[in-house]
Design a protein around this ligand. Structure first.
Ligand code: DC
Length: 220
């Protein structure tokens, strides 16, 4: 069997990671694993259960009885929480902050990371997240760190939400993004951080095609 290749794409919220990862996975015939969806599903459960986001003990207990499944239908990732498909609900704006909060908890991270490593060990895979190149797969064959200024990232989120018909405010989105970046990069365990050996791409003034081309040229 040929060697399994893993590609890590890390970076802050709205840097274009998921769009790029999905496109590359299609072009290269790799599996795409959106690791943020896993933290979002846990965040959604905490939100629904009414637990305080900083109650690590209760969230740890909750996790022991939580069933999380990643399923692929025609190459598209779906996420099931306790047997129910929550792929749509996890995208709601308020779930983002919950996801960021629960992702600080070590027990949550360890459970997610174990699942991620399991999936990545079995097939060629592109994973996007915050700690893929630094913690989940420090030996990944290729590592990229995508970034963009907060205004540009907020504009992209704003356009996405508008397209879905969600009423939103650009200033507020930018503020939320800045808060989330701060939380994600200042947590104690496996924070958002650029791996020393990652290729850094600032996507502020690039379109998706240009970013994809740059990554493909590095990988091929
Ligand atoms: O990529 P995203 O915006 O869907 O991720 C939601 C949150 O999950 C993000 O604010 C931080 C957390 N996350 C993480 O801590 N580690 C990852 N590998 C992926 C996401």
């Amino acid at each position: 069997m040929s060697k399994i290749i893993n590609i890590a794409i890390d970076g802050p919220a709205g840097a274009g990671k998921s769009t790029i990862a999905r496109l590359l996975a299609e072009k290269l015939g790799y599996l795409y694993l959106d690791t943020g969806a896993m933290y979002r599903a846990v965040g959604l459960k905490v939100f629904r259960s009414g637990l305080a986001v900083d109650d690590e003990a209760k969230i740890g207990e909750m996790l022991d009885t939580t069933e999380l499944d990643i399923v692929y239908t025609d190459g598209t990732q779906k996420i099931f929480l306790d047997g129910k498909d929550v792929s749509e609900e996890i995208r709601e704006h308020n779930v983002s902050a919950y996801a960021s909060d629960v992702s600080k908890i070590k027990a949550v991270r360890l459970k997610m990371v174990e699942m991620q490593r399991d999936i990545a060990a079995k097939q060629n895979c592109i994973l996007d997240g915050r700690d893929i190149g630094t913690f989940v797969l420090p030996n990944a064959e290729y590592k990229f760190f995508l970034t963009a200024n907060s205004r540009e990232r907020a504009k992209r989120r704003f356009a996405e939400l508008k397209a879905k018909g969600v009423e939103c405010n650009l200033e507020q989105i930018e503020k939320d993004i800045i808060t989330r970046d701060y939380n994600d990069s200042h947590r104690e365990f496996a924070p958002l951080k650029q791996a020393d050996d990652a290729v850094v791409i600032d996507t502020s003034d690039m379109n998706i095609g240009q970013v994809a081309e740059k990554i493909i040229n590095t990988v091929r």
